[in-house]
Design a protein around this ligand. Sequence first.
Ligand code: PEP
Length: 275
Amino acid sequence: MNASHRRTCPERSRRTADGGKLMRIPIIAGNWKMYKTEQEAFQLASDLKQRLKDVDGVKMVICPPFTSLSSVKRAIENSPILLGAQNMHWEEKGAYTGEISPSMLLTAGCKYVIIGHSERRNLFFETDNFVNLKVKSALKFNLSPIICVGEKLDQREANKTEEVVENQVRGAFKDLNAKDAEKTVIAYEPVWAIGTGRTATPQQANEVHLFIRELLSSEFGKECAEKINILYGGSVKPENSRELLDMPEIDGALVGGASLDAESFGKLVRSAKQS
Ligand code: PEP
């Protein structure tokens, strides 16, 4: 695989955009992290339901803390908004104090689960192997994993972005076949852009997305790779979302800070519809 050729070959990227992006419905996913009490979460979800009731053509996912899953599920009933979780254990049950299992998420109404977020990798020492076990388990339980990958600032500055991202993608997708792979979502989240107000430029993000798509294509075939949504994450807000989402390889966003406010999340969703 020759990465520099891919990046400098507009023909190729345009073909991907035409053949690929049109097939993929954009996903805007909100990662609420460790914010919102149960009551606050219910209120935010109810507000979103009201604001976004007429939206189609965009998949909307909100991922509250575990303690608010059931009240958020109630709040978004009969709305197009889907429920996700922020993490899970790979085992179905067992003596794993403080952990949550895939079947618990499924029965709580989750359709998605974020796996391998950089905060999990960096603060809680999650390895590629853990990520892989979780991805396989999520798929087994019919949860769509949103698999996060992304380089740290020093790695980007040392020109190691592709190496880091390739290792994370290969690690996460180990032992998967194309049928499984196409049920996943990837979020490219450069660590230096998460919660910092610093965003990758649309070109920087698109370049890495294209790199990931080509990697998936070489592993699972072009047809499968074209079906996988690759989201961008890292200080996405209504002011910058359009230019990011307009890029041919960016199929949505994983949003932290700006998903905690109904008005800004609503604007983000609407910007995805226009892209
Ligand atoms: C995230 O938590 O995945 C994220 C991208 O956060 P923020 O939008 O706040 O940078």
